[in-house]
Design a protein around this ligand. Structure first.
Ligand code: AMP
Length: 213
C-alpha cells in the first residue's frame, strides 16, 4: 500500500503505521524520526533544525522535500510505504504529487485519524520515548517495567523536548493552521479516508471499503 497518514501529533499515526507494516510489508517513513536521528547524530541538518523542532515548529518545505525525494527512491519503498508526518503543508503535498507523477506512482489513500483534542493533549503529555530505539511508553497506560528504562533495549526513556505542554499547544496550533487543510486537498483528489478513531479495526475496515470502491 502507498498511504499517507494524516492527523494531529498524538493521533496514533505511528502506531497504526507499525500495525499496517506487519500486515502488508509496506515501510513506515516518519519524517519526525528521520529529523530526530539527525539531531541525535549532530549532523549539519540536525544542528540546523534542533531549535525549531524543540519549539514544535515545522522545518522548511525545501528541507523536507530534499529528504523525501531521496527516501522514496530507496529499494524498501518498492513494496509500498506509509508516510507518517509527511506531507504537512500544502506546498509539500503539491511537491509530493509532482514527485509521484515523475516516479509513475499513485497513492492508494490518505488516512485521516480524527481524534479529539483533549485525548491528544493527555496522550502527548504522558508519552515517553526511548532515546535509543524510539519505543513509545505512556506513564498512565503503558509504563516501562523499570521506571525510566526501555523494556526493549535497556536505554533511558525521556519526555521529548517537543512534548512539554507549551510545545504541544504550539504543535496543535501549527497542525490546525498548516496541516489540517490537507484533508480538503486530498478529499478533492478522491483519496481521503477519515476515521474518528485510532484503533486498528475501524481503520482497516475504512481502508478496505475505500480500496474496494
Ligand atoms: P512528528 O514526530 O511527526 O510529530 O514530528 C516532530 C517534528 O518534526 C515536528 O513538530 C516538526 O518540527 C518536524 N517535522 C516532521 N515532519 C515534518 C514535515 N513533513 N514538515 C515539517 N516539519 C516536520
Amino acid at each position: 500500500m502507498k498511504v499517507i497518514l494524516l492527523g494531529p501529533p498524538g493521533a496514533g499515526k505511528g502506531t497504526i503505521a507499525k500495525a499496517l507494516m506487519q500486515i502488508d510489508g509496506s515501510v513506515q517513513i516518519s519524517t519526525g524520526d528521520i529529523l530526530r536521528h539527525a539531531i541525535a547524530d549532530k549532523t549539519d541538518l540536525g544542528i540546523q533544525i534542533e531549535a525549531a523542532m524543540a519549539a514544535g515548529n515545522l522545518v522548511t518545505d525545501d528541507l523536507i522535500m530534499s529528504i523525501m525525494e531521496q527516501r522514496l527512491l530507496a529499494d524498501d519503498c518498492k513494496h509500498g510505504y506509509l508516510l507518517d508526518g509527511f506531507p504537512r503543508t500544502i506546498p509539500q503535498a503539491e511537491a509530493l504529487k509532482n514527485l509521484l507523477t515523475k516516479l509513475g506512482e499513485k497513492l492508494d489513500c490518505v488516512l485521516e485519524l480524527d481524534v479529539p483534542r483533549d485525548v491528544i493533549f493527555d496522550r502527548l503529555t504522558t508519552r515517553r520515548t526511548c532515546t535509543n530505539c524510539g519505543e513509545i511508553y505512556n506513564v498512565k497506560s503503558k509504563p516501562p517495567t523499570v521506571d525510566g528504562i526501555c523494556d526493549v533495549c535497556g536505554h533511558e526513556i525521556v519526555q521529548r523536548d517537543d512534548e512539554t505542554e507549551e510545545a504541544i499547544e504550539n504543535r496543535l496550533e501549527v497542525y490546525n493552521e498548516q496541516t489540517a487543510p490537507l484533508a480538503d486537498f486530498y478529499r478533492k483528489e478522491g483519496l481521503l479516508v477519515s476515521v474518528a478513531s485510532s484503533d486498528l479495526d475501524p481503520v482497516l475496515a475504512a481502508i478496505r471499503e475505500h480500496m474496494d470502491r
